[in-house]
Design a protein around this ligand. Structure first.
Ligand code: HEM
Length: 157
């Protein structure tokens, strides 16, 4: 079942860019006891933030869209617990185009086709391991079998 909360939950567990663009520190600063020198490069790990059990509780590794019900955490860079589009002046300028595209493509795929996993495989058996890099694709391709469902609808008319 696709719920409106599936999108933030997907981007929490599988941010497209696991590490946001490095930032350079403009002055010496101490944060949480860590001294960061002027000119140091800081890399923020959005993937690790999304799986921190101190933030997301003990079920941080589970896909659970309901965690965003009654929550004001958003994905637009205003809440540092979830930053799949980065944050601040160098945050992603393509956020709205990216989100709109993702929704349109998913909606078309679900609207036009019925989807099944091959050989009676159950969704629990899917290997969701990621491959790390600049972006974070699945390490194994998703194999799913589409059948065109609109043909049935047209036939009924
Ligand atoms: C779901 C889709 C997308 C995701 C998850 C995404 C994610 C990101 C992230 C994490 C950053 C780094 C932000 C930071 O360091 O604070 C970024 C930067 C950027 N993104 Fe996206 N992006 C997406 C779509 C797009 C699209 C559609 C465009 C353009 C049409 C775009 C253009 C850019 C540009 C130009 C930057 C660099 C901004 C800068 O350094 O000032 N992105 N994006």
């Amino acid at each position: 079942m696709v719920s409106p909360k599936s999108l933030p939950e997907t981007l929490r567990l599988y941010p497209v860019a696991p590490l946001v663009v490095p930032r350079e520190c403009r002055e010496d600063v101490t944060i949480d006891g860590y001294c960061i020198k002027k000119k140091s490069r800081v890399i923020v790990n959005a993937w690790a933030l999304g799986r921190d059990s101190k933030v997301w509780s003990d079920n941080a590794e589970e896909f659970c869209p309901e965690r965003f019900s009654n929550s004001n955490v958003d994905i637009k860079g205003f809440d540092f617990r979830l930053i799949p589009f980065g944050s601040g002046r160098r945050g992603c300028p393509g956020i709205h185009l990216g989100l709109t595209n993702a929704k349109i493509v998913l909606a078309q795929l679900v609207h036009c086709f019925n989807w099944e996993l091959p050989l009676g495989m159950s969704p629990d058996e899917l290997d969701m391991t990621e491959k790390f890099g600049l972006t974070m694709p699945r390490s194994k391709h998703l194999l799913a079998v589409p059948t065109y469902r609109l043909a049935d609808e047209i036939g009924k008319q």
